[in-house]
Design a binder for this molecule. Structure first.
Ligand SMILES: [Zn+2]
Length: 367
């Protein structure tokens, strides 16, 4: 039975229980260890698997943990199952960093009361509340009929604020800002089961933990990844994500490579992977699923075959995410996007199948 990790302690127990060497790469501000686990064989180049920079996308985290035992390869494998231990622990836990104790609540009304009573309010409109408690920012965003993705709505609102009233975010610069997910249909996440972590940069940009990979200043979670990658020099990297815009659906996120040989292998691995995913009976996403109706020419994506999207970070802006960075510096890189409103079990299996299929192609290269 595939496990949903409700707490980071549960995840650490499962990872340590696998009986493979683990390593503490650093600690998040609450003192949680950021860990990697080593599996596979001795062959290089290494394989790097990670997930959880967006704590609400939990199937990727569970898939990464399952792969500790279930990725059969002679190559060295390094797995960092989550890059956001605090976010995984949920909104009440994240709130405890500012409050000094874990609060009790079970409704948005309760959360809003805590943010108002304990914090300084900076934005309060339309069911969206932004508060500063101690050194931490907190955002609460109510689900509403016209707002099926409340966390996404507040994220977009914050981008708006950054562009139009940047002074409003002045107090949040260099701070962490935790958002309520508001995803009641998503097992393990729900309204408050995770905290979605944002970091406000010194320039006031509103960024998340899958940014900062190429910046001098970076949050500790990213610095740990960067250092591990520099040490293991991964020939292939996987970052397992999910999309809150989709139900039972999948797409593969690929990266163009700086040289022809790597590019050919990236293409080959992408083709084999999307074929394996389609053969498993999964629904491949359409352009509309991925881009929400925006014509692909107006986005930072191109599509090769159905379900395979190539992201160009130079068009997107916000610097490099982990897969962008891996593709520039180390080698092949892939991300997954499973539809978060699909069955958890199936989402996990698609994450695992992605890695297993692409690794088969990767192994052929070094035969
Ligand atoms: Zn994501």
């Amino acid at each position: 039975m595939t496990q949903i990790f409700r707490t980071y302690t549960d995840l650490l127990e499962r990872v340590e229980g696998a009986g493979r060497p683990t390593r503490v790469l650093g600690h998040t501000p609450d003192g949680s260890p950021i860990v990697s686990v080593r599996t596979g064989g001795e062959k290089t180049p290494a394989i790097f698997i990670t997930a959880g920079s967006h704590s609400t996308e939990h199937a990727g985290v569970s898939a990464a943990v399952e792969l500790i035992d279930q990725l059969d390869t002679q190559h060295q494998v390094y797995i960092m199952p989550t890059r956001d231990p605090i976010g995984l622990n949920g909104y009440a836990y994240a709130l405890s960093l500012g409050l000094g104790e874990v609060p009790q609540f079970d409704s948005f009304e309760d959360v809003e009361a805590i943010l108002r009573d304990a914090g300084e309010i900076f934005y309060d409109e339309d069911g969206m509340l932004l508060s500063l408690i101690g050194d931490y920012g907190y955002a609460s965003s109510r689900p509403a009929a016209q707002r099926p993705h409340p966390q996404w709505a507040f994220y977009n609102k914050l981008q708006d604020i950054h562009n139009t009233q940047p002074d409003l975010l002045e107090a949040f610069k260099y701070r962490r800002l935790y958002m309520t997910p508001g995803q009641p249909g998503v097992e393990g996440t729900g309204n408050f089961g995770r905290a979605y972590t944002l970091i406000i940069s010194l320039e006031g940009e509103v960024l998340h933990l899958n940014r900062f990979h190429d910046t001098a200043w970076a949050p500790v979670e990213v610095r740990c990844t960067r250092r591990l990658m520099a040490e293991i020099q991964p020939g292939i990297t996987f970052d397992l994500h999910e999309s809150q815009l989709m139900e039972d659906c999948y797409w593969l996120s690929a990266r163009h490579q700086p040289d022809a040989e790597n590019e050919a292998w990236e293409q080959r691995a992408a083709q084999a992977t999307i074929k394996a995913i389609a053969d498993s009976g999964a629904v491949l996403a359409s352009d509309d699923d991925v881009l929400g109706g925006v014509p692909i020419e107006e986005t930072w994506f191109t599509r090769s075959e159905k379900g395979v999207y190539w992201l160009d970070a130079t068009v997107r802006g916000e610097g490099l995410n982990l897969a962008d960075y891996a593709s520039r510096v180390y080698g092949l890189a892939f991300g997954t996007e499973m539809g978060m409103y699909g069955s958890f079990e199936k989402r996990v299996s698609l994450g695992m199948l992605t890695v297993q299929s692409a690794v088969r192609v990767f192994e052929q290269r070094y035969r």
